[in-house]
Design a protein around this ligand. Structure first.
Ligand code: AMP
Length: 461
């Protein structure tokens, strides 16, 4: 097994691969590549975690292609390798990277949900060596028997945790059962190895896997400056957003919102202000999504406003600013969102706007980051919202009907204010280090205007 490699050449890769890497100016492997490539080259199954943007795609593509180049196909008819990715955008990106490495050595097919089934049948009739696909569509092709996987040599799951979160477990099991060659090698990549369902799936899919963990998802992104700004309501958040877009220096920015409607609304608003902005969300047709992503990747838009559709895997090197207009529901998603910047060693900035509705999600992110987070204030745009207090522990909740336990709803909640039958409110929790937030933070500060929109509809891929 190769060890202590300084360059890609030291892995003993086929000259076609080394040339392709040279051509792309890639010489030194990243940490995940250093650790994963020798394991895969030695023929082991692999369960790997790697933070977003760390070079994980090449960590599996290079040894996979090496295996395909150096060994004879197990079957003339069936594909030799199958790479599955959770979203169409990520699958497309993997496909592009694969094409640039493989050149004309292999016939490669891309099978995505939402695209023409008959066109895909035609490409399957050309008996591709390698298929990149989203799991749902691949399982459809198995159901219609338009492809067989009995000769499959390599099964690769990119962002397996995300595929499971999206409910693709039955499809993955279906694919696993169809790809039943005893010499199949399986590689599974996940943002974290702590994902219970991913571990269960790994036990089903992998044989005596080697585990490689590099920078788990909760690890800090060293290259990304993370800032948190308190925001009152929609209009205040919008003013903060405009200020950030006007004053931060960035090449391109991605703004994440909780709802599809907000992507459109904000994009329209910024366009009116002369900023080249596009909206992207799951209600759009795949063709439209592709067109927008291509235009953004080519630099035609300066700002992309999206839901979590674009939070994973996408490799957009010009993005140096990420703004969370709304906090994501899950902390892992926060890590993926901010990972859209600071790619491949570049530096980036991630600013999160935290309003009353984001508070619980913000606290989860703070816990996940395992550090106290402080807020910055934007000059000229101070907010009234100062955060919510944690729920009082030892008492039953005695608020008015409609009040939420633990939220600061009115002046009667002043910390320290003695009330008959109530102990003083608990102190601020450790880590609550909001700038300018004194012990009375949030208390009696009920100036929060209600949000002027319906309950957010979560985005799904
Ligand atoms: P990934 O984590 O696979 O999405 O890769 C993130 C970015 O890092 C992509 O733009 C890759 O082209 C780039 N990259 C991957 N491996 C290397 C490397 N060894 N040296 C420099 N950049 C790399």
């Amino acid at each position: 097994m190769a060890q202590n490699n300084d360059t890609f050449r030291d892995f003993g890769l086929d000259t076609r691969l080394v040339r392709a890497l040279d051509h792309q100016g890639l010489e030194t492997p990243t940490e995940i590549q250093l650790k994963a490539i020798p394991v895969v080259l030695a023929g082991h199954d692999l369960l790997a975690s790697s933070k977003t943007g760390s070079g994980k795609t090449l960590a599996y593509l290079l040894p996979a292609l090496q295996r395909l180049m150096k060994s004879r196909a197990l079957s003339k008819r069936d594909p030799r390798a199958l790479i599955l990715a959770p979203t169409r955008e990520l699958a497309r990106q993997v496909y592009v990277q694969l094409r640039s490495l493989a050149g004309s050595s292999f016939n490669i097919a891309l099978l995505l949900g939402g695209e023409n089934f008959n066109d895909q049948l035609k490409s399957l009739r050309r008996q591709p060596d390698v298929i990149v696909a989203t799991p749902g569509r691949l399982a459809n092709h198995l159901d219609t028997r338009s492809l067989m996987l009995n000769g499959l040599e390599l099964l690769i799951l990119d962002e397996a945790d995300r595929m499971l979160d999206l409910g693709f477990a039955p499809q993955l099991e279906r694919i696993h059962r169809a790809a039943d060659h005893r010499r199949r090698q399986t590689l599974m990549f996940s943002a974290t190895l702590d994902h219970a369902e991913a571990n269960t799936m790994a036990a089903t899919l992998l044989k005596s896997p080697k585990r490689v963990a590099v920078g788990e998802a909760h690890a800090e992104h060293q290259d990304i400056e993370q800032r948190f700004v308190l925001g009152d309501h929609l209009d205040h958040k919008q003013a903060l957003l405009e200020h950030l877009l006007a004053n931060e220096s960035y090449q391109q920015a991605i703004i994440f919102t909780a709802t599809r409607a907000d992507t459109e609304r904000l994009a329209g608003h910024l366009q009116q202000q002369g900023l080249a902005t596009a909206a992207l969300h799951g209600d759009m047709s795949q063709a439209e999504r592709n067109r927008i992503m291509d235009a953004f990747a080519r630099g035609q838009h300066k700002v992309l406003i999206t839901t979590d559709v674009a939070s994973r895997g996408l490799d957009l090197l010009q993005v140096s600013l990420v703004i969370n207009f709304d906090m994501p529901k899950q902390p892992e998603e926060y890590v993926h969102r901010i990972g859209r910047t600071g790619r491949a060693g570049a530096s980036g900035t991630a600013v999160s706007l935290v309003g009353p509705r984001d508070w619980d999600a913000f606290k989860r992110v703070e816990k996940f980051l395992q550090r106290a987070v402080s807020f910055t204030e934007i000059e000229g745009l101070p907010g009234k919202f100062k955060g919510l207090r944690p729920p009082a522990r030892k008492h039953g909740f005695k608020g008015k009907p409609g009040d939420k336990p633990g939220t600061v709803q009115g002046k009667s909640h002043k910390p320290g204010a003695k009330k008959p039958g109530r102990k003083p409110a608990p102190k601020r929790p450790k880590g609550f280090t909001g700038q300018g937030l004194g012990p009375a933070a949030g208390a009696g500060d009920d100036g929060m205007a209600p949000l002027k929109r319906k309950k957010p509809k979560p985005e799904q891929e």
